[in-house]
Design a protein around this ligand. Structure first.
Ligand code: UT7
Length: 328
C-alpha cells in the first residue's frame, strides 16, 4: 500500500444506554440539586449503562452505525482504535472484542488510554497509521462506562459523568485531492500531556497498585482552570499549523465536561458561541466518547455538512489534551 496524504472521515455513529438519570433523580439520592448542577455545569441528565450494557457493547453499536453511515461493511476495516478508560477487562483490549463482534478479525486492533482526550489521541494515531499505509480504513471509537468507576456518594464527581460511545470511519485520503488543497481530511492535529497534574484527576485503584478498579477522584476547580488554559493554547497551535483563522472554522466539537469551560474557551479564541456543538446538557461528561458522540449528533441533525471545517478538542486526566482540525 502506497503512502497516503492523511485521512478523511467517511461516516459516524453513536450509542447511548437505555436508562436516563436526571438531576432530579440524583437529588433524591444525594445532597445536590438540579439548580446547582445546571448552573455550574449545564448538565440536565446523563445515560447510565444497565445490566448487559458495557463499554464494548456500546462501542459495537456505535461502530455498526458508523459503518452503515459510511456505506461500508466490517470486512472493509483494517484498523480499530478504541479510546477508553473503562475497558470491559484489564486486558485484552476492548478493540479486540469490538473487532470480533463486527467480524473483521485479522487486522490491527488496540485501545488508547488518554481518558477524556482519548478520542483525539485515537484519531491522530489512526490518521498516522493510515498515512503510512498500515491499513486503508479505520474505525476510531470513543466508548466509556464511567458510571462503573464513580463514587456515587461523592456529589462533587458523581453528578458530572455519563456513559456512551461514538465512532467515526476514517479512510486514507485521496492523494490527488489532499486536505491541504481543500479536499476532505485531517488538516492538522496536536497532542500534549503533563504528568505533573496526575493527582488533580485520577482513579484511586488499578491492577498493579490496589488490585481493584478504584473510583474517580477530581479536584474540579483546579481542573477547570487548567482546561481553559490548555485548550486555548492547543487550539491556537492547530489554527496556526493549518494556516486558517478562527473565523474559517464552521464548527467546534469540544469535549463535553462543562458548559462554562466551552463558553470560556470560545470567548478566549473569539469563536462565536453558536458554532459550538453542545451536548453536555443531555449526555453529561462521557470522557473519550463525548467528542464523537457530539459530532454524530450534529451530523445527523444536519448542522455539520460535507465541506465544513470542524475543530475537535479535548482535555482530561493525565493531564492530556489535544485538538484536530478536519474538513468533512
Ligand atoms: O473531563 C475532564 C475534565 N474535567 C473537567 O473539565 C471538570 C472541570 N471542573 C468543573 O467542571 C467544575 O469545577 C465543577 C463542576 C466540578 C465544580 O464547579 P465549581 O464552580 O468549580 O464548584 P466548586 O468545586 O468550587 O464547589 C462550590 C461549592 C462547594 O461548596 P462550598 O465549599 O463552597 O461550601 C461544593 O461543596 O459547591 C459544592 N458542591 C455541590 N453542591 C451541590 C460540589 N458539588 C456539588 C453538588 N451539589 N453536586
Amino acid at each position: 500500500m502506497g503512502q497516503a496524504t492523511g485521512s478523511r472521515i467517511l461516516g459516524s455513529g453513536s450509542a447511548l444506554p437505555a436508562r436516563v438519570l436526571t438531576n432530579a433523580d440524583l437529588a433524591a439520592q444525594i445532597d445536590t440539586s438540579d439548580e446547582w448542577i445546571v448552573e455550574r455545569t449545564g448538565i440536565r441528565q446523563r445515560y447510565i449503562a444497565g445490566e448487559g450494557e458495557t463499554t464494548a457493547s456500546l462501542a459495537i453499536e456505535a461502530a455498526k452505525a458508523a459503518l452503515a453511515d459510511a456505506g461500508l461493511e466490517a470486512k472493509d476495516i483494517g484498523l480499530i482504535v478504541v479510546a477508553t478508560a473503562t475497558p470491559d477487562n484489564t486486558f485484552p483490549a476492548t478493540a479486540t472484542k469490538v473487532q470480533h463482534a463486527l467480524g473483521c478479525n485479522g487486522g490491527v486492533a488496540f485501545d488508547v488510554a488518554a481518558v477524556c482526550s482519548g478520542f483525539l489521541y485515537a484519531l491522530t494515531t489512526a490518521d498516522s497509521l493510515l498515512t503510512t499505509g498500515t491499513a486503508k480504513r479505520a474505525l476510531v471509537i470513543g466508548a466509556e462506562t464511567f458510571s462503573r468507576i464513580l463514587d456515587w456518594e461523592d456529589r462533587t464527581t458523581c453528578v458530572l459523568f455519563g456513559d456512551g460511545a461514538g465512532a467515526v470511519v476514517l479512510e486514507a485520503a485521496d492523494a490527488a485531492n489532499p486536505a491541504s488543497a481543500g479536499g476532505p481530511g485531517v488538516l492538522a492535529s496536536r497532542l500534549h500531556a503533563d504528568g505533573a497534574n496526575h493527582d488533580l484527576l485520577y482513579v484511586d485503584g488499578g491492577p498493579s497498585t490496589t488490585q481493584t478498579v478504584g473510583h474517580l477522584r477530581m479536584k474540579g476547580r483546579e481542573v477547570f482552570r487548567h482546561a481553559v488554559v490548555n485548550l486555548s493554547s492547543v487550539l491556537k497551535e492547530v489554527i496556526e499549523d493549518a494556516g486558517v483563522s478562527a473565523d474559517d472554522i464552521d464548527w467546534v466539537v469540544p469535549h463535553q465536561a462543562n458548559a462554562r469551560i466551552l463558553d470560556a474557551t470560545a470567548k478566549k479564541l473569539g469563536i462565536a458561541p453558536e458554532k459550538i456543538i453542545v451536548t453536555v446538557d443531555k449526555h453529561a461528561n462521557t470522557s473519550a466518547a463525548s467528542v464523537p458522540l457530539a459530532f454524530d449528533v450534529a451530523r445527523r441533525d444536519g448542522r455539520i455538512k460535507s465541506g465544513d471545517l470542524v475543530m475537535f478538542e479535548a482535555m482530561g486526566g493525565g493531564f492530556t489534551w489535544g485538538a484536530s482540525l478536519v474538513r468533512i
